[in-house]
Design a protein around this ligand. Structure first.
Ligand code: SF4
Ligand code: SF4
Length: 187
């Protein structure tokens, strides 16, 4: 393991390009990212602070910070940054590294549960089915959530097993939920 910056450039570089991750070093702490962050208006997320924490190698503090998961990846900060810091790619890389070390937030892990169970990050529920029927559509579109496409859903589930994503989110195939979750979805 190198410094957090080195790990970010190595790991995130594979996905976003090393030059994107290296822009972290250009941050001048002007705060323009934080000033425009829609999530930060309502949460503890402070983009400028996150960039600084990454630069000074506060790995554990970042990985354990709930606000790391409050970014909605809207790219506002990315576009506002006067120094061209690829903030959103940096945040996504920090999340990937945190997740690899077992720090993924429960709501993000639940998205994995929904995809395993329905193939949708936001499954089509009874209310949407009713609305669809009200305008003359079939209650469900022909995605892998549709009961007639069970085979496709199984292929989605195979991908989760093959990539070990099920283990990363601690998914229990017996209960089809996160391990240790009760029926109401609470730990
Ligand atoms: S806007 Fe860019 S330079 Fe300014 S604090 Fe944010 S990341 Fe750093
Ligand atoms: S991408 Fe994330 S950190 Fe940047 S402005 Fe949007 S919510 Fe805030």
């Amino acid at each position: 393991m190198g410094t957090l910056y080195e790990d970010m450039v190595d790991y995130g570089g594979e996905v976003f390009g090393r030059e994107h991750l290296e822009t972290l070093r250009e941050c001048v702490q002007c705060g323009k990212c934080t000033g425009g962050c829609p999530s930060g208006r309502n949460t503890a997320l402070r983009t400028r602070k996150l960039m600084q924490m990454a630069l000074v190698d506060l790995r554990e503090e970042i990985f354990n910070a709930p606000e790391l998961w409050f970014c909605s990846t809207c790219f506002t900060c990315y576009e506002r940054c006067p120094k061209g810091v690829k903030t959103t790619d940096i945040i996504r890389t920090l999340r990937n590294l945190a997740a690899k070390e077992g720090h993924m937030s429960v709501p993000h892990r639940m998205i994995g549960v929904y995809v395993i169970k329905t193939s949708h990050a936001v499954p089509i529920g009874p209310a949407q089915m009713e609305l669809r029927e009200a305008v003359g559509l079939e209650s469900q579109p022909p995605t892998a959530q549709h009961p007639q496409n069970k085979e496709q859903l199984e292929q989605v589930q195979m991908l989760f097993r093959a990539t070990n994503y099920d283990a990363m989110i601690d998914f229990d195939w017996d209960t089809m939920n996160l391990r240790g979750m009760d029926k109401g979805g609470k730990k």
